[in-house]
Every structure is written in C-alpha cells, then in structure tokens.
Design a protein around this ligand. Structure first.
Ligand SMILES: Cc1cc2nc3c(=O)[nH]c(=O)nc-3n(C[C@H](O)[C@H](O)[C@H](O)COP(=O)(O)OP(=O)(O)OC[C@H]3O[C@@H](n4cnc5c(N)ncnc54)[C@H](O)[C@@H]3O)c2cc1C
Length: 461
C-alpha cells in the first residue's frame, strides 16, 4: 500500500549527523521528519560507540585544555588527507569552534576536563557517559522539539523530476511508503556493513573483515544516489580499518574489541613469522596501521604474542588472552607450528639491543627483518599470551560529493536542487584517506547542523 506523508525537511538516518541535521532544521522553524533504518533499540547509529570528537578552540575551557586554533585543525586534516576538499575542511574546522556550545544547547553532557574516566586530550572533547548517552539526549531533544521520528524505516529509492527529489521510497515496518518534502538530507552513513559492496572494493579479503559498527548501514540510499548521477568521492577500496580481536562478533563489536597493546609484543602470521615493525608507530592510534597489514596478511589473520611483563602493561581487553606456560604450548593453543614460533621468538629476543637500561621503551631490534624499532622488550617471562587479530572496518573512505552548502553534486553539472548530505555519506570530501582521532563525530555533527540549516532555508525557513 502506498501512503503519502509530507514534511518540509526529511532527514534520512538515525545517527549523529541525522540528529544534528533534524534539530538544526527544526530550530530554524521547519517541520521535520527523521527516518532510520534501525529499530528503536539500535537508535543512534555508530555514534553509540564513539567517545570523543575533535574541536578547534582558541582557549582552554571546561572540556579541553590549551589552544587548538581552527588553522591547526585544518592543517592536521590536510596532512592526513592532502587530496581532500580544502574549502570544506576549512568550513569543518571553523564550525568545530562552536560545536561543544551547540551540543550543550541541545542538552548533551560532556566530560569535564580531568574529572571523568577518559584521559584528557587537547584536541578532542569527550561525551559524558559515551556516545550512547549523547545520542539518547539528542533523541530526547528532537522529540521535545516536535520532530517526527520513524524507526525501522529504510529509504531505498528516490523519485526525481529533473534535478529535484519529489519523493523518497521507504520500507517502513515491512510496508512501502512514499514521503515527500521540500528538502531532503541524506545522513545515512556509508556502506561498510554491506558485505557484497565491500567485496567490490576489497576483493575476497572482505569476507574476513569484522564490521565494527551496526549492520544497518548498508548503503542502499548511497547506491541510489550514485545511480541517479551523484558525484562520487574517495575510493570504495579504502577504509578506516583497525586491528580487532578475532573472537569478537562479525558485526557491531564496537570499541571494546580493538587491541591497543600491539607495540608491547610481536605479531606473527600463520607461518609464525613476523611481517611488520610492531614498534614503528607507538602513537595511541597505531592500531589503525594494523588494519591494512592484517588485510594483506595470509587469511587476513595474525596473532599478537606477549609475555607476562608485556601483558602487565596492556590495558584490559574485552576477551582474555590465551595463555600457556611455554611458547611451544602457546603455539599449540593457537594452531601455529611450535618450532617455527619458538625460532621466531628466539630470533627476536637475541636481536634486542638494550641501549639504555633505564629506558626500555627505547630498546630496539634493528638487525631483524622487519626490525622492531621501539619497545623491543624480550618475550621471556611466562605465562605467554596470545591475541588472535583480524581487520575491523569503521567506515569506508567513499561517498557522494557535496558543495559548500552541503548540496549533493551531480556528474552532469549543478547540484541537485533540494538534496543535501551530511556525515559519513559525504565524509570522503574532507577525508578521502587517513584519520584523526575524533573526526568522525565532528564531521557528522558539524556538517549535520549546517545541512539542517541549509535545508530549512531551502524550505523557506
Ligand atoms: C566502534 C566505533 C567507535 C568509534 N569511535 C569514535 C570516536 O570515539 N570518535 C569519533 O569521532 N568517531 C568515532 N567513530 C566513528 C563515528 O561513530 C562515525 O563517524 C559517526 O557516528 C558517523 O555518524 P553518521 O550519523 O554520519 O553515520 P552512522 O553513525 O553510520 O549512522 C547512519 C544511520 O543511518 C541509518 N541508515 C542507513 N541506511 C539507511 C537508509 N537507507 N534509510 C534510513 N536510514 C538509514 C542507520 O540506521 C544509522 O542510524 C566510531 C565508530 C565505530 C564503529
């Protein structure tokens, strides 16, 4: 049955970008409807898993210390993604200056500097209670403002008249509905949970990738927009991919399956051989480098090997490590050739040069191939421990192109007249590769808000 409903601004999605867009449009006076593929229980998109977001600030405040000027934010972004749209990156950095203020005006609570459970950071602010609490607060605000929200409503197609969206086809609780609006904002994320599409970009290796976020981000509307002539940006074969525990769920393992203790040990492949410098990047985001390495490893699997002293330095993990009293027993437990693992560990231990006895983090094993260029501590104290690793995808660096007003650009010239996009569906405009901590939420919140305001203006508000 086809029913027809109308609103001024129709927002497609149920995460941070959608909520910020819907609230911003409503605050401009527009009559707003928001539709989310996910059911109520899964509200909030992948921002449920997020903890912090990147903000420029000219002075310290309750949430961030020091200064981080917008120019420094834009420069950091240009460093990791030099091929991004510089004007949009500038817009993002500038509008991040007011993001904490705007979120707090929507009742979102942030962790006060030095008080909460999360470490302080000069470039990012933390949600108090995590992303789930923040998204629940935004839902409450959206409802209080009178925004109509449909859960279990997947946008699957668009009807067009020239360059204008006339209706969005939606499957709502199993029934087809057509919704019309003066302006439509696509905030429905990328396509990282769509295994077939991942295979197109990553080949057969895609089957081994864990999807760190929710399964509802299938890219169905993204595909419809591309089919309708939207400009694409980025590359469907690139993504933000990190090392996760292979024992986690295939979908929606969230933040807790990520492993952060790789620099403390050695990583071996299915032949029990090391294949990368585990000490080459000891920054807190080193796990992001391992995603690609795991993707290229045989079977897309590897194992992190630690000993008792390395384990003592590691942060607690969702899954306990596999433990054994000897390297040989550990090898059996993880199905590796025990003589080969023994030889790899012995070779590694013998190559360590303990330059400064008081600074073990500077110990190196440079004669090895590959070397271990920092934190080369011996693997010698039982019990020995292993974590099985696979790649886990956060998002793909792929989406639709937008202009400065967040209107979706067309291959054939001027942008679509009444179609806007915000969040991960257009993130590749500013982030076609690489990552900076806290950027995902900032992209969603800042561009969501701006798209909401633009769409409301387009709708005459
Ligand atoms: C485990 C994990 C941890 C993270 N931690 C951080 C962090 O600490 N800081 C940070 O900045 N970023 C983090 N990120 C990234 C961040 O969560 C995302 O970049 C951000 O949430 C994206 O928001 P979004 O609204 O654009 O898209 P999404 O969160 O992907 O939401 C998309 C929404 O659209 C809906 N949808 C999809 N298709 C349709 C359709 N056809 N019709 C209707 N609705 C549809 C989905 O149900 C979903 O609600 C993390 C991500 C993960 C997975």
């Amino acid at each position: 049955m086809i029913a027809r409903q109308d609103c001024e601004v129709l927002v497609i999605g149920g995460g941070c970008a959608a909520l910020c867009a819907a609230i911003a449009a409503r605050r401009r006076g527009a009559n707003v409807m928001m539709i989310d593929h996910a059911p109520f229980t899964w509200r909030g998109g992948n921002t449920r898993h997020a903890r912090n977001f990147r903000i420029a600030h000219d002075e310290a405040d309750d949430y961030v210390p020091g200064r981080y000027p917008a120019a420094a934010f834009a420069a950091d972004l240009a460093r990791v993604a030099p091929d991004g749209d510089a004007a949009l990156a500038e817009l993002l950095a500038q509008h991040s200056l007011t993001l904490t203020h705007w979120l707090r005006a929507q009742s979102v609570r942030l962790q006060r500097r030095g008080r909460g459970v999360m470490p302080w950071s000069q470039r990012t602010a933390f949600f108090a209670g995590g992303g789930k609490a923040a998204m629940d607060t935004l839902y409450a605000t959206a409802r209080r403002l009178g925004i109509t929200i449909l859960h279990d409503a997947e946008a699957c197609g668009i009807e067009w008249q020239g360059d204008r969206v006339t209706a969005v086809e939606v499957v709502h609780q199993g029934a087809m509905v057509k919704l019309s609006a003066a302006a439509v904002i696509a905030c429905c994320g990328g396509h990282q949970a769509n295994r077939d599409w991942l295979r197109e970009g990553f080949g057969a290796a895609a089957d081994a990738i864990a999807v760190r976020g929710m399964g509802y981000v299938q890219g169905r509307l993204l595909r419809a927009l591309i089919d309708a002539g939207a400009v694409t940006v980025g590359d469907p074969g690139r993504g933000h991919i990190v090392a996760v525990d292979a024992r986690g769920p295939a979908v929606d393992g969230g933040i807790v399956t990520r492993l952060e203790c790789i620099p403390y040990g050695i990583v071996v492949d299915s032949d029990a051989q090391r294949f990368a410098d585990e000490g080459g990047d000891t920054a807190r985001t080193h796990y992001a480098r391992w995603g690609e390495r795991l993707l290229a490893a045989p079977g897309q699997r590897a194992t992190l090997i630690l000993d008792r002293s390395a384990l003592a330095r590691a942060a607690s993990t969702a899954f306990a490590p596999l433990r054994a009293p000897t390297i040989e027993a550990l090898a059996e437990l993880i199905d590796l050739d025990s003589a080969a693992l023994r030889a790899t560990v012995d070779r590694y231990n013998a190559a360590i040069v303990p330059a400064d006895a008081n600074a073990p983090e500077s110990w190196r094993a440079m004669a090895l191939s590959p070397p271990k260029s920092a934190q080369a501590l011996p693997i010698s104290t039982p019990p020995f421990a292993a974590f099985p690793l696979i790649p886990g995808i956060t998002f793909t660096h792929y989406g639709v192109g937008v202009d400065q007003a967040l209107r979706v650009r067309r291959e054939s010239g001027a942008p679509f007249a009444n179609l806007f996009a915000a969040g991960m569906i257009m993130a590749a405009n500013v982030l076609p590769r690489g990552y900076l901590a806290g950027l995902g939420v900032t992209i969603s919140a800042v561009f969501g808000r701006l798209a909401g305001e633009e769409a409301a203006r387009h709708a005459g508000r």
